[in-house]
Design a protein around this ligand. Structure first.
Ligand code: PEP
Length: 251
């Protein structure tokens, strides 16, 4: 039985003060309502400290939105995995489609970042997903397979890994993959992971869905056998909506 995991990706939203307020609102609204579900928030780097202090002792996990693959050095604008661990993060999102689309991330750099993050003791959420053009030309499974294979190249232990399937056409667009469409890709990912790492590791791997998840569609998505929670963008910026999504994943 896999524990569901719901993470709010706040992206480039909220000042330090606003992040602190949102974290406090979340704690107040969540209460004890997330038994049987892991919950995390991913504020901007700048707000990790304040949000981390606000959620201290609440059971909510502090997640970063990215990390570099070197420990330190001349990489202006970047933050290393070592720094995130020291800042209190337990996990990091790697390979988000916005990183791939706007910041030149490739499967190769995603792989380097994952290796470094794991070596620093962070849990990793690896994001994969196809564009609309790729879906329409029938290459969804091939694209996802290369993102998984190349992203995990030379990584032997996936016990600290979560994969987030996020169809690019569903992110921030209001278009959600139907639960059947999402389940089909999640099953494909699990089957591929079984080929690469064996049945036991594949059965234990959590695969989140992300892409316009809302309180109104969360329960149906999370009820699918291979959907183990969600990576939530827009709806995670509103405490009531995020809590409703967490409740849909909790028992
Ligand atoms: C995301 O960016 O990870 C995401 C799923 O965004 P949204 O929920 O806004 O589609």
């Amino acid at each position: 039985m896999r524990t569901k995991i719901v993470v709010g990706n706040w992206k480039m939203n909220n000042t330090i003060a606003e992040s602190e307020i949102l974290a406090q609102e979340l704690i107040a609204a969540l209460g004890e309502n997330f038994s049987g579900c892991e919950v995390g928030i991913a504020p901007t780097f700048l707000a990790l400290d304040a949000a981390g202090k606000a959620i201290e002792g609440s059971g909510i996990q502090l997640v970063a939105q990215n990390c570099h693959y070197e420990n330190d050095g001349a990489y202006t604008g970047e933050v290393s995995a070592r720094m995130l661990t020291a800042a209190g993060c337990s996990s990091v999102i790697i390979g988000h489609s916005e990183r791939r689309q706007y910041f030149g991330e490739t499967n190769v750099t995603v792989n380097l970042r994952i290796k470094k993050a794991l070596s620093e003791g962070l849990n990793v959420i690896l994001c994969v997903g196809e564009t609309l053009a790729q879906r329409e030309s029938g290459v969804t499974e091939a694209i996802i397979a290369s993102q998984v294979r190349e992203g995990l190249m030379d990584i032997s232990d996936i016990s600290s890994l979560v994969i987030a399937y996020e169809p690019v056409w569903a992110i921030g667009t209001g278009k959600t993959a139907s639960s059947a469409q999402a389940e089909e890709v999640h099953l494909h990912i699990r089957t591929l992971v079984a080929e690469l790492y064996g049945k036991e590791a594949a059965a234990a791997l959590r695969i989140q869905y992300g892409g316009s998840v809302k309180p109104s569609n969360a329960a149906e998505l999370f009820a699918m056998p291979n959907i183990d929670g969600g990576l939530i963008g827009g709806a995670s910026l509103n405490a009531a909506d995020f809590v409703a999504i967490v409740k849909a994943a909790s028992h």
